[in-house]
Write a protein that binds this ligand. Structure first.
Ligand code: FAD
Length: 439
């Protein structure tokens, strides 16, 4: 079969790899000048770093299986992560049960309740279906109680989902907690990272894809899928029609709706009701360390930052010529004023807050500043998402969707992008084989 793949992110590349290995004639069309999509990197301190903070969980067996298949297990390093919380003028470590026991923003009994509920109860419970019909807001207010809700969960949900913070299903939060709990060894959380960045993985995957005969066309945005009588005809590339037997659309759903005019109106209407949050990360390459944590949740409604991710408190600074790297991360609704601002403007806006979190911090520590943003970075998961979630098969025959909106109940991530790529390839050709992760 002649198969077109739109999108050279992890999902698109994985689908192309699987299908080409079964002997299909596959081409990948990528709008930007690089592969890797949301997990792609940029050059920094003699190596590459992701535009948005990235790590793997030990439970990410789909991507770990592919990493092994590509013969690059030795490139994936596992580190104990350090987590903290900034709350009302103070920074707290929350890396261990002992830290939690001394976490002053919660009264003593609530510390125990929070630990029990989030690690032992939600971390272990498997039946997530019951969490489809209640929002995280309602569940947490009811079962965690008003103090834990106010201190821990409300800032997280507001930071991640902005105006939709009270609409997100508990199933989404359950999946987040569950994944993190499954990446713990004893009391410590272990996270994975590639030496040289995720770029090393993308390069190995793109090389394998090309070796299997696939052409990857960079800087080739597709803006029209050609259809006839509800069936795929082909693609319009540079104004010229090209025929394809199957098509995998591995970019965001709102782009799909614009690119495929042949979709029925009711499908378009249903899909356009699903919302997305955008993401923005300011990356500071610094001469000095900002904090002691890798991951700090900002639980303070006066500070317009979701979290700080000090990458070099995770991967060693020696990998970055001794520099210290901090991501200032935010999820923002479409149309947020930060999306219209340049990196210096966003930095100037956030500087007083960064100085509130660390009063010693000076702008002069920053040797390089980078700003990255994307409008479709996180699907908003409403109640009963399993009933409205897009399917791989679309109403247009032979056109398949393979993006993060299909990931559920788990939260989207590179592991699930590999999973989606594997699954769509198998739907197109049931003989596609995916070796299981051997541990
Ligand atoms: C802030 C942030 C932090 C994250 N942290 C983690 C993490 O720690 N661990 C983890 O595993 N995951 C993380 N993720 C998620 C992860 O990056 C994504 O889930 C994954 O990369 C999605 O891959 P994808 O291939 O489905 O889509 P994308 O990466 O979105 O790829 C889609 C591709 O399609 C291309 N495209 C768009 N339109 C067109 C067009 N018209 N024609 C051709 N090409 C087009 C785009 O340029 C892009 O390359 C994070 C994401 C964000 C935003």
């Amino acid at each position: 079969m002649k198969i077109g793949v739109i999108g050279g992110g992890v999902a698109g590349l994985t689908a192309a790899y699987r299908l080409a290995k079964r002997g299909h004639e596959v081409e990948v069309f990528e709008a930007s000048d690089h592969v890797g999509g949301l997990a792609s990197g940029f050059p920094v301190a003699g190596t590459t770093l992701e535009k948005y903070y990235h790590h793997l969980f030990t439970s990410d067996v789909c991507i770990r299986g592919l990493v092994d298949e590509l013969g690059m297990r030795d490139k994936l390093h596992w580190f104990v992560s350090s987590m903290g919380v900034y709350h009302k003028g103070a920074m707290y470590s929350l890396a261990s049960p002992l830290d939690l026991l001394s976490f002053r923003p919660l009264p003593f009994w609530e510390r125990l309740w929070f630990g029990f509920q989030s690690v032992f109860y939600l971390g272990k419970v498997k039946d997530w279906k019951k969490y489809e019909s209640i929002t995280a807001h309602d569940w947490m207010k009811k079962y965690a109680g008003p103090t834990i809700w106010k201190v821990m969960w409300e800032p997280l949900l507001r930071g991640k989902f902005g105006p939709y913070y009270d609409k997100v299903a508990m199933a989404w939060l359950w999946a987040r907690i569950h994944t993190r709990a499954s990446s713990r060894k004893g009391s410590k959380e272990t996270l994975g990272y590639f030496k040289g960045g995720f770029e090393v993985f993308h390069k190995a995957l793109a090389d394998a894809v090309q070796k299997a005969g696939v052409q990857i066309h960079l800087k080739t945005p597709i803006d029209r899928i050609l259809t006839q009588n509800g069936k795929l005809k082909g693609l319009e590339i540079g104004g010229l029609p090209q025929t394809y037997d199957r098509l995998v659309f591995a970019a965001a759903t709102p782009i799909f709706l614009k690119t495929c005019p042949g979709l029925p109106e009711d499908y378009k209407k249903r899909m356009s009701q699903l919302d997305f949050m955008g993401a923005q990360c300011l990356v500071l390459v610094m001469s000095r360390k900002f904090s002691d944590n890798y991951w700090t949740n900002i639980c303070d409604s006066d500070i317009p930052i979701l979290g700080l991710f000090e990458h070099t408190n995770f991967a060693p600074p020696e990998w970055y010529q001794g520099k210290h790297i901090l991501y200032v991360g935010n999820y923002l609704p479409q149309g947020h004023r930060y999306f219209k601002m340049g990196k210096q403007e966003v930095f100037a806006d956030l500087l007083p807050y960064l100085q509130r979190i660390n009063p010693d911090f000076q702008a002069s520590w920053v040797e390089e500043l980078h700003l990255f943003q994307d409008l479709y970075a996180q699907p908003v998961i409403p109640l009963h998402y399993s009933q409205v979630k897009p399917a791989y098969e679309t109403p247009v025959e032979n056109v398949y969707l393979a993006n993060m909106a299909l990931v559920y109940p788990e939260d989207r991530g590179t592991n699930f992008a590999v999973d989606v790529g594997n699954k769509v390839a198998r739907l197109i050709d049931p003989s596609v084989a995916v070796p299981a992760f051997q541990g």
